[in-house]
Design a protein around this ligand. Structure first.
Ligand SMILES: [Zn+2]
Length: 297
């Protein structure tokens, strides 16, 4: 991990999740995301303080543990305030929501209560709406980049746009098969939004900063379209959600090996099923205690 300067007042710390840093005239700083745990957050804090900056605020893009798990440590160590969207606040403050919704709203068993799905909770001090705003005297534009989660936000400062998990780098698409999205229509809207946005630099949470977001957007959109096409195609025959999940894994070379991976992939597949139902492309019916989906005749 190191602190990379991208223009006068904007930096990012590279790592498992790239963290953003925006510094005001007086050295007060806002951190974007907090890393997965105390160890990452400690390193980030050291980098910030060694540069002579004071951490005043932490903006959490969305309540996935790899983005927010380090926040409680930073709050305790520095007194920084935490900011998020209204929706993500609910999960940040009651982190059991993530493994809970993955497990159909039932209390998640121990294998799902791990550090990748269940972050320590953190109190949110301020809720941010899309548009121009200011935190601790530092001007930031908040962007609605939902889709990956329902309340994901990005920020733009001085032409640098931090786009969180709205896109992932092409090599990660190859590695993961199908990028995680909870809301396909919003994910597609966000890709269109990013493509039209004329920022000088885009910094995704997973991948390297790019000055041209178009190829990254294209690759992400293409994989969503391929997934939609595949699901629609196999639903010419009635299939259960589990069968659709199996098919998507086969199609994109995804090998399941644990509960975390299974339920995250299941969430993505349910997002595609929900989207196709809402678009009127597919229908559901029940037979012998099972729910089937198929394309509308
Ligand atoms: Zn995420």
């Amino acid at each position: 991990m190191k602190l990379n300067r991208v223009n006068t007042n904007v930096y990012y710390i590279d790592g498992g999740v790239n963290l953003g840093l925006v510094v005001g005239e007086n050295g007060d700083a806002l951190l974007l995301d907090a890393g997965i745990d105390e160890s990452v957050a400690r390193k980030a804090r050291r980098l910030i303080e060694e540069s002579g900056f004071r951490l005043k605020g932490i903006i959490i893009t969305h309540a996935h543990a790899d983005h927010c798990g380090g926040a409680p440590y930073l709050v305790k160590a520095t007194g920084a305030k935490v900011f998020s969207s209204a929706f993500e606040k609910t999960v940040l403050e009651f982190p059991i929501w993530e493994p809970l919704y993955l497990f159909s709203g039932a209390y998640p068993p121990a294998p799902l209560r791990n550090k990748f799905l269940l972050a320590p909770g953190v109190k949110v001090d301020g809720v941010m709406e899309p548009g121009k705003g200011s935190i601790e005297g530092i001007d930031v534009e908040f962007l609605d980049i939902s889709g990956h989660t329902l309340g994901q936000i990005g920020i733009e400062v001085e032409g640098v746009l931090f786009c969180a998990d709205s896109v992932i780098a092409q090599e990660y698409i190859k590695k993961h098969g199908v990028p995680l999205h909870a809301h396909i229509k919003k994910a597609l809207d966000t890709l269109n939004f990013l493509e039209k946005r004329s920022a000088a630099l885009f910094i995704p949470s997973h991948g390297v900063p790019v000055d041209d977001i178009k190829p990254v957007v294209d690759a992400n959109r293409q994989r969503i379209m391929e997934t939609l096409e595949y699901v629609t195609d196999i639903l010419k025959e009635p299939r259960t959600a589990e069968e659709i999940l199996r098919g998507v894994c086969e199609r994109f070379g995804i090998v399941m090996s644990n509960m975390t991976q299974y339920y995250l992939m299941n969430l993505s597949v349910m997002a595609y099923i929900g989207y196709l139902l809402d678009e009127g492309e597919i229908m559901n019916f029940y037979e012998a205690g099972r729910q089937f989906f198929r394309v509308k005749m």
